[in-house]
Unconditional design. Structure first.
Length: 128
């Protein structure tokens, strides 16, 4: 099955050797998103809430470019430099992701690119 590279200017451009997402059949693999503003490429990090919202906005933009939405999520991985922010991630996630919620993991990490405090990657299945 051929793969399709997904790219949108509504999400930050890749800052490394990766694609924003790759679609294979009805499955879309979204690369990790940190809270970068897609226009300025600067971190949106005044508050942890701002970071979390920007991550979900970025994921949503890539999902839409692939022909889906965050309602198509089947798996979400959230990486946090401080796991005490996990409840805030859940609260904000509910504003972007409808029920039934996807499978999810929360992973505590020592650091993230550009000093971000949160990053998330995901898998979508379209048309289901």
């Amino acid at each position: 099955m051929p793969k399709q590279i997904i790219q949108t200017d509504r999400a930050p451009a890749a800052i490394g050797t990766y694609s924003q997402a790759v679609k294979v059949g009805d499955t879309v693999y979204l690369s990790g998103q940190i809270p970068l503003d897609p226009v300025s490429m600067q971190l949106v990090n005044a508050r942890i809430d701002d970071e979390i919202h920007q991550v979900f906005k970025n994921l949503s933009a890539v999902a839409e470019a692939a022909g889906g939405s965050l309602g198509d999520l089947v798996k979400l991985n959230v990486f946090l430099t401080d796991l005490t922010h996990f409840a805030k991630v859940s609260e904000i996630m509910a504003q972007y992701v409808p029920q039934p919620y996807p499978a999810r993991a929360a992973i505590g990490v020592a650091s993230l690119p550009r000093g971000a405090r949160v990053e998330a990657d995901a898998v979508l299945v379209l048309g289901g």
